[in-house]
Ligand binder design. Structure first.
Ligand code: AMP
Ligand code: GLY
Length: 420
C-alpha cells in the first residue's frame, strides 16, 4: 500500500516509524515532515490545510491511504475532501472533529449522552460571563471555545483571576477562538489520557498514557504542549477504564452516530480521576503529542493495521496485542519554550544513539542543513525508550538524553514521577 501521513511533529515521526514496520507498507510519504522523518521516509512539501492540493498529491502519487496527524486539517475538513474524492482516510470528518474544535459542542454532547464532566456555562456575551463569575466563586476554569493550540484554557484560582480571564478572552487574546467562552467547574483529581479507535460504531481501546503539561519539574511553570509522557498510566486502572468506556466514550460515540456524524479515527479522552471515578476534561480528535510516541513505541507494526481497520469499519474484527511493557518519552525543547526561543542552534550526538524497537529519538521541530540537525521549533526532540518496567524505560531514556549535545536545549528531569 502507498501511504501518506500528514503532519510534521514527533507524533507523525512515531506514526511513520510504526507504519514502516508493517509489511503492508510499500511506500510512505510524510507531508511536510521534518529532519528526523526524512531519515526514514520521503517528505513532500504540501499545504496540508488545502484539501484540493492534498487530493491532487494523492492522485499523482498513487496514494491508497491517508493518515491525518494534527487537528487543524481535520477541523478544516481535509478528511471529508479526501473521502469525497474516493480516498481511504484515518481521521474524523470536520463535523465529528468538533469534539475537539468546539468545547461548547462537546459539553452539549456530554449532556445528551449523560457523560460525567465538569458543570459549565456557555457565553457569547462579555457582560453575562462577567456576571456569572461574580456569582460563582473561584476556582473556575475559563476556556476559549475554539482551537487555540492548547493555550485557550485559564485556571482561575481567585475571583480576580476569573474576572481577568473573562476580560482577556472577550478582548480577543485568543482571536476568534475566544469569541465564545465556556466557564467550568474546577475538577480536582489526577489526569490521564485514554486512547480509543472508533470506526463509527465499534470502540477499541488502544492504550493509556500520562502527559506532563507544565514546563518545569514538579509540575511547575506555564502550560506547554506536553513535556513528556509514559504508557501505561497506572492511575487508569482496568476498572476505571471500563467506567470511562461505558459512561463517557461509548455514549458519546453513540450520540455522534445518532446525530449523523459518526466518529472515525482516534479519540483521545482527557480524563480527571478522583476517588475511582473518571470525568471528562476534554476530547481531542487526534493522537496526543507526545502521548502518541509512547503508544507507537508499544504497539509497533500493529498500529498500522488498527488504523487501517478503523478507516475500513472493521474494528469489531480487531484485537490489540499488548506486551507487558512500558514506554516513556522525554521532550527536549529549546530554552525559553513555551515563551520565545532562538531557532537554528545545532544539535550533536544524535548519530550515536540507538534506534531499534526499544529506543528511538523522534524529531519534532528539527531541520537538516549542511549535514547538521538544527532546532527550528519549541519542542524539538522526543527521546523515547521501552522497558520491562517504567523505571527501566525512564533510566534508558535519560541515558540517551545525556548523550545529546545541545546546550540550547532543556528537558524536565522528572518525567514519570507520578507513577514511580
Ligand atoms: P483542555 O484544553 O480543556 O484540556 O484544558 C487544558 C488543561 O487544563 C487540562 O489538561 C487540565 O489540566 C486543565 N483543565 C481543563 N479543564 C479543567 C477543569 N474543569 N478542572 C480542572 N482542570 C481543568
Ligand atoms: N499532549 C497533549 C496534547 O497533545 O494535546
Amino acid at each position: 500500500m502507498n501511504i501518506l501521513i500528514l503532519g510534521s511533529g514527533g507524533r507523525e515521526h512515531s506514526l511513520a516509524w510504526a507504519t514502516l514496520q508493517n509489511p503492508k507498507c510499500d511506500k510512505l510519504i510524510v507531508a511536510p515532515g521534518n529532519a528526523g522523518i526524512a531519515m526514514i521516509a520521503d517528505c513532500a512539501a504540501l499545504d496540508i490545510m488545502d484539501g484540493a492540493a492534498v487530493i491532487y498529491f494523492c492522485e499523482t502519487n498513487s496514494i491508497d491511504f491517508v493518515i491525518i496527524g494534527p487537528e487543524a486539517p481535520l477541523a478544516a475538513g481535509v478528511a471529508d475532501d479526501l473521502r469525497g474524492a474516493g480516498f481511504l482516510v484515518f481521521g474524523p470528518s470536520a463535523a465529528a472533529a468538533q469534539l475537539e474544535a468546539s468545547k461548547a459542542f462537546t459539553k452539549e454532547i456530554c449532556d445528551a449522552a449523560n457523560a460525567p464532566t465538569a458543570a459549565y456555562a456557555h457565553f457569547t456575551d462579555h457582560a453575562r460571563a462577567r456576571a456569572y463569575v461574580a456569582a460563582n466563586p473561584a476556582p473556575l476554569v475559563i476556556k476559549a471555545d475554539g482551537l487555540a493550540a492548547g493555550k485557550g484554557v485559564i485556571i482561575a484560582m481567585t475571583d480576580e483571576e476569573a474576572a481577568a480571564a473573562v476580560d482577556e478572552m472577550f478582548d480577543g487574546a485568543f482571536g476568534d477562538a475566544g469569541a465564545e467562552v465556556v466557564i467550568e467547574e474546577f475538577m480536582e483529581g489526577e489526569e490521564a489520557s485514554f486512547f480509543v479507535l472508533c470506526d463509527g460504531e465499534t470502540v477499541l481501546p488502544i492504550g493509556t498514557a500520562q502527559d506532563h503539561k507544565r514546563v518545569g519539574d514538579g509540575d511547575t511553570g506555564p502550560n506547554t504542549g506536553g513535556m513528556g509522557a509514559y504508557s501505561p498510566a497506572p492511575v487508569l486502572t482496568d476498572e476505571i477504564a471500563e467506567k470511562a468506556l461505558n459512561e463517557i466514550i461509548r455514549p458519546t460515540m453513540a450520540e455522534m452516530a445518532k446525530r449523523g456524524m459518526p466518529y472515525q479515527g482516534v479519540l483521545y479522552a482527557g480524563l480527571m480521576i478522583e476517588d475511582g471515578q473518571p470525568r471528562l476534561v476534554e476530547y481531542n480528535a487526534r493522537f496526543g503529542d507526545p502521548e502518541c510516541q509512547v503508544l507507537m513505541m508499544r504497539l509497533g507494526a500493529q498500529a498500522f493495521d488498527l488504523m487501517h481497520a478503523a478507516s475500513e469499519s472493521r474494528l469489531s474484527d480487531m484485537r490489540v496485542n499488548w506486551g507487558n511493557d512500558h514506554a516513556l518519552t522525554i521532550v527536549m525543547a529549546a530554552k525559553g519554550y513555551p515563551g520565545s526561543y532562538e531557532k537554528g542552534s545545532v544539535i550533536k550526538g544524535l548519530d550515536a544513539l540507538p534506534e531499534d524497537s526499544k529506543n528511538m529519538t523522534f524529531h519534532a521541530g528539527t531541520t537538516a542543513s549542511s549535514g547538521m540537525i538544527t532546532a527550528t521549533g519549541g519542542r524539538v526532540l522526543n527521546v523515547t525508550a521501552r522497558g520491562d518496567t517504567l523505571a527501566d524505560a525512564r533510566t534508558r531514556a535519560y541515558e540517551m538524553v545525556d548523550q545529546i549535545d545541545w546546550p540550547e536545549g532543556f528537558c524536565r528531569r522528572d518525567i514519570g514521577w507520578r507513577a514511580l
